[in-house]
Design a protein around this ligand. Structure first.
Ligand code: ADE
Length: 229
């Protein structure tokens, strides 16, 4: 799967995509990242990317020109129909279901906005999906793009060593995940729950299911109501 990321701050993206599972996925031939430096398409000697909004008021808007040029020059010769994602707080809310849907695509494009946002003509002509990663405002689209890429890559076959572990994660499962422990069984006087040392897998499974339900009720009752409907 190929990820194209158009960003004025490639350095934010590069580090994150070269480490751990996301970096290993490149070495294993599962994914390819094409990081496009929007700054190169900026206008004039200062490589300007933004301008004042016609509506007035504070803040700047990213101009359509540099984004269209980067898009046309860097992406138009590939023949796949690509979904083009603009992370934005006004987008549809991202969830595991959408991650699964995106993981079936051959190629994705991310446009990382900054400041007040991007000129709406970019949205009208290039963007297929406006996505919000939550009800809070970040300074730019790089971190949301990385969150989406991370959640998609780990769903690709061969990206993580134990695919069963992805299936039981919170949100792949309709309830939140349980707490996990590893050795030692006693760490500074803090004991692992006894049942986990019992070797009785049936009982452990019951314990886990009860805990999943309890946690979900306490922390995310909204998930329980959603699943009922
Ligand atoms: N850009 C700024 N805030 C964002 C958010 N919550 N989700 C996606 N993109 C954003």
């Amino acid at each position: 799967m190929k990820f194209n990321i158009i960003t004025p701050f490639p350095e934010i993206i590069e580090g994150a995509l070269s480490a751990s599972i996301l970096g290993r996925a490149v070495k294993n031939g599962i994914v390819e990242y094409n990081i496009i430096n929007l700054r190169e398409y900026g206008e004039g000697p200062h490589k300007k990317l933004d301008d004042h909004p016609f509506s007035g008021g504070p803040g700047m808007v990213m101009m359509a020109g540099p984004i269209f040029e980067a898009f046309e020059k860097e992406l138009s010769d590939s023949d796949t129909d690509k979904r083009v994602i603009l992370p934005t707080p006004v987008g549809v809310k991202y969830d595991q279901k959408l991650a699964e849907e995106l993981s079936k695509e051959k190629e994705l494009v991310f446009i990382c906005g900054h400041y007040k946002g991007v000129d709406e003509r970019v949205v009208d002509s290039l963007v297929t999906d406006e996505i919000s990663i939550g009800d809070y405002v970040l300074t730019g689209g790089e971190i949301p793009s990385l969150a989406i890429i991370d959640s998609v890559v780990r769903l690709l076959e061969g990206a993580i060593s134990d695919p069963e572990s992805a299936e039981t994660d919170s949100f792949s499962h309709p309830l939140l995940d349980v707490p996990h422990y590893t050795r030692p069984a006693n760490f500074r006087g803090m004991e692992v729950p006894e049942i986990l040392l019992s070797g009785d897998h049936k009982k452990i499974e019951i314990w886990k299911n009860e805990l999943r339900l309890k946690r979900t009720k306490e922390r995310r009752a909204d998930i329980l109501t959603e699943n009922k409907g």
